[in-house]
Unconditional design. Structure first.
Length: 517
């Protein structure tokens, strides 16, 4: 039993290249040349056998067994060009017993049987004439055997002598020649048919099976030849029966494996359909989410802005008591919080949809830091925090969107101040990186820090540190997500270093503005 390059790859199936193209013309010329040489080799073999004494009964037995062996052939894998059969072992045994010419006739009969079996089993009628298909396959099988027989003779092998160890090396060389030429003739056929390189076809379909083929041909064929030489037809049957049994068992195993593979393919197709449906549902939900954000943007920002405007008008109109002014201030503060939440949700939707755009221009980083500090200063003063700046005087401008840069700084400074206890310290540093292309800015605090198991999720949506120390801290958990999206939209990156109880430092980079770029 061995994987052999069977009829399905020996004769090319119709392709979409057309019968008038250069590739089909070369293909037909090649196959016709193989047929002519194969017929000549067959006639030569038959003539040589007729002109000298030949055990025709024994040879006819090998021819019949080789033809019947094709009935046990089966695909090694679905779609594979290799088939499992022991016919190659039989005509190799014929080579050892009857010589190159007897082996050629045995192989030719096997090629004819392979053609008929394949047409009956799988393909049915085709546009290619059956005679042409049969002649090509017979020629491939016959030429491979003839070449193997010649190598066997030239290297010192003795036909019919199974008792000497001297035939071991010639037999191995003959099996290598037989399998290699068989594969080569088929590879060239497939290469011309598919316009792939011959090496690529060989590597993908035949290279892995070559060692198995050679060992199976040499061992199986050698055993059959030895059995026939010692015990005649009885010996052939004794050695043939286990090989046949193994082949049939393997055929059934492959059949079950193919059934299982088909079931797996059905399961995979079903799961793929389910995943596709789930993906479509997620896409639909994402569209609804985008529509929801759009509604929030249009239907909530306008009334909130109006509420804040009327609060300012009430404060400016005069005539309100201190208590009433306090109520107006509370109303405006809460409206501002809602407006900030709406703006954050809108920014999140833009970032997730990949629509966050920034208008980059020269931006003075020192000025942006000062503007951000003016916004967060009241909260820092309330907690009596020490705000320190470490900015070099020759700091170049950033290539950034000024409004978005201020938003990044305000978010980071607000977080640092919110999570730093009274009397703590917040430090802002900035400098050029080593190659001078990016500005590295850090915001460090002496606050409560972040547990190590939460560092990897700190930039996720709605991620907040929940503890006794942060229970009264107001926030939505969107600020750092938005900050990360804004930094990356500029072409920079952001990361954090922190130790629980010892503070946190957020780093981010932005492109430095270079007039020459």
């Amino acid at each position: 039993m061995l994987p052999s390059q069977g009829e399905r790859t020996a004769w090319p199936r119709p392709t979409s290249l057309g019968t008038e193209g250069a590739v089909p013309r070369r293909l037909h010329a090649y196959t016709n040349a193989i047929i002519i040489v194969g017929i000549a080799a067959t006639v030569w073999s038959l003539w040589s056998l007729l002109t000298k004494p030949t055990n025709w009964l024994g040879l006819l037995l090998f021819v019949l067994v080789a033809a019947l062996a094709e009935l046990t052939g089966t695909d090694l894998l679905p779609g594979s060009p290799a088939t499992v059969s022991f016919s190659s072992a039989i005509y190799f045994a014929s080579l050892l017993v009857f010589g190159p010419f007897g082996a050629t006739l045995t192989a030719v009969s096997s090629g004819l049987a392979a053609t008929l079996v394949t047409i009956i089993r799988t393909e049915g009628p085709t546009r290619t004439p059956v005679i042409q298909r049969a002649l090509f396959n017979m020629s491939v099988y016959g030429l491979s055997c003839l070449a193997g027989g010649v190598v066997y003779r030239v290297t010192g092998g003795t036909v019919g002598d199974m008792s000497s160890a001297r035939i071991l090396l010639p037999a191995i060389l003959a099996s290598i020649t037989l399998d290699t030429l068989n594969a080569l003739l088929i590879v060239l056929t497939v290469s011309l048919q598919t316009a792939q390189s011959a090496f690529s076809v060989w590597l993908q379909n035949f290279a892995w099976a070559a060692p198995i083929n050679i060992v199976a041909i040499a061992v199986g064929g050698g055993a059959l030849a030895f059995g026939y030489a010692r015990l005649g037809m009885l010996g052939l049957g004794i050695f043939l029966l286990p090989i046949l049994t193994t082949s049939i068992s393997f055929q059934r195993y492959v059949g079950r494996t193919q059934d299982q593979m088909r079931r797996l393919e059905d399961i995979i197709a079903e799961r793929t359909a389910q995943l596709r449906a789930a993906n479509e549902e997620l896409t639909r939900l994402d569209q609804h989410k985008t529509q929801f954000y759009s509604i929030i943007n249009h239907e909530m920002r306008t009334p909130l802005t109006s509420v804040m405007g009327y609060c300012d008008l009430l404060r400016a109109s005069g005539g309100l008591t201190d208590r009433q002014l306090g109520h107006v201030q509370v109303l405006k503060s809460n409206a501002q919080r809602l407006l900030d939440l709406v703006n954050n949700l809108l920014d999140i939707s833009r970032i997730e949809a990949g629509r966050m755009t920034v208008s980059q221009e020269p931006a003075d980083l020192s000025e942006s830091i000062a503007d951000a500090l003016s916004v967060v200063q009241p909260l820092a003063a309330q907690k009596r925090l020490d705000i320190r700046l470490d900015l070099p005087s020759d700091l170049p401008p950033a290539h950034a969107d000024k409004k978005r840069l201020s938003q990044v700084l305000i978010n980071l400074l607000s977080n640092a101040i919110k999570y730093t206890p009274e009397g703590g310290q917040v430090t802002v540093r900035s400098a050029l990186d080593q190659d001078g292309s990016m500005l590295l800015t850090s915001v460090a605090d002496t606050g409560i820090g972040i547990p190590q198991d939460r560092l990897s999720r700190i930039f996720d949506r709605f991620s907040r540190e929940e503890s006794e120390q942060t229970r009264g801290t107001v926030g939505t958990g969107l600020g750092l997500t938005i900050t990360k999206g804004l930094v990356e939209a500029h072409g920079g990156r952001i990361w954090v270093q922190s130790q629980e109880g010892a503070g946190s430092t957020f780093f981010f980079t932005l492109p430095a503005y270079r007039p020459d770029r």
